[in-house]
Write a protein that binds this ligand. Sequence first.
Ligand code: LLP
Length: 426
Amino acid sequence: PRNVRRGDDGSLAVAGLGVRKLAAQFGTPVYVLDEDDLRSRCRDFRAAFPDVDVYYAGKAFLCRAVVRMIDEEGLHLDVCSGGELAVALAAGMPAERIGFHGNNKSLVELTRAVDAGVGRIIVDSFAEIDRLTELARERGVRPRVLVRVTVGVEAHTHEFIATAHEDQKFGFSLAGGAAAAAAFKILDEDVLELRGLHSHIGSQIFDASGFEVSARRVLALQAQIRDARGVELPELDLGGGFGIAYTTQDDPATPHDLAKRLRKIVDSECEAERLAVPQLSIEPGRAIVGPAMFTLYEVGTVKDVDGIRTYVSVDGGMSDNIRTALYDASYSATLASRASAAEPMLARVVGKHCESGDIVVKDEFLPADVQPGDLVAVPGTGAYCRSMASNYNHVPRPPVVAVRDGQARLIVRRETEEDLLALDVG
Ligand code: LLP
């Protein structure tokens, strides 16, 4: 995070608060949110995209305190389940600034979204259009919808998080004609208000050309709809997926560069198709919250395996960060509680779970004198770590602490064994 420094004693401090104090007060593992960092990333996006609606993708990390920060910074919010919607509403997020996503929204979820008056529902299947049409009739309302379009772009990212190639569960295919058919169907249903098209090509993307190709394709569809029906859709959502640096090898584009490229392609495409430029929106999740958090662990054991490598075991693991095991994601780690002049040694930071794939950081140089009781920080864990955390091995999920101006505030408490046992009613 932006406000992390090494103090005079060599230990890390976030926004002026030392990690040893944090660990003593909240225990480990703990996710630490640099609140000003998160807020500054919201502002960076708003400054770079001044006339674009920025929807924070809540799936990256969501809790009431973060919803309030997002709201205060003037962002919109993208939710993709009834649970995320409930958190957003409980935090007081104005419903008209919420967008509702999902490829299999239940009738219960749709009903809640419609009754709450969410600003837009991004429809993803013909069954959903039918469900929503019926619901709108019954409720006497006219929900605003976007059509999620699968644009056929091969995004260069992990297969599990690429979402715009043709063969997959999300959206309506552009090439196959389903996207146009969905738009026509909605236009025929006067109880639904078709506001625009939506495309999201994947996540952790570095090559901005994927966004350009996708923008060009959805705008071509926009023109096709205008030619067929004489309606120009007023909005266009280009999704999220902007990559962040997990290690020094990653070199992501700045929001400013992204904005410039997207604006240019949209403007030139609209001119070529003689379309009015639609109101744009984007949905960054990772790029806002990812770099703003780190996880603080305590080292429990250090094991040198026959000179091959050293395994440094920490008090969490795949239950608080599944991304290394699931996507072969790269993270870094640093000795956080003190300085060390010892030689660097090649280490693997592993967790406490019962499988050998329980790796937090695959390869990292840590000082050779790292020992039990040391604190290790893993940066860049704000996105998709707490939100994908599990209770594997009945390990309670860690808390989230927000730090600002030297003050720590617990925003999600640590799960307890009582919490886990409370669900076990047999
Ligand atoms: N909009 C839509 C429609 C999405 O599906 C997603 C992410 C986003 C926006 C936000 O993408 P972001 O800016 O955060 O990359 N669990 C995976 C990531 C899954 C992303 C799913 N959709 C991971 O840990 O990398």
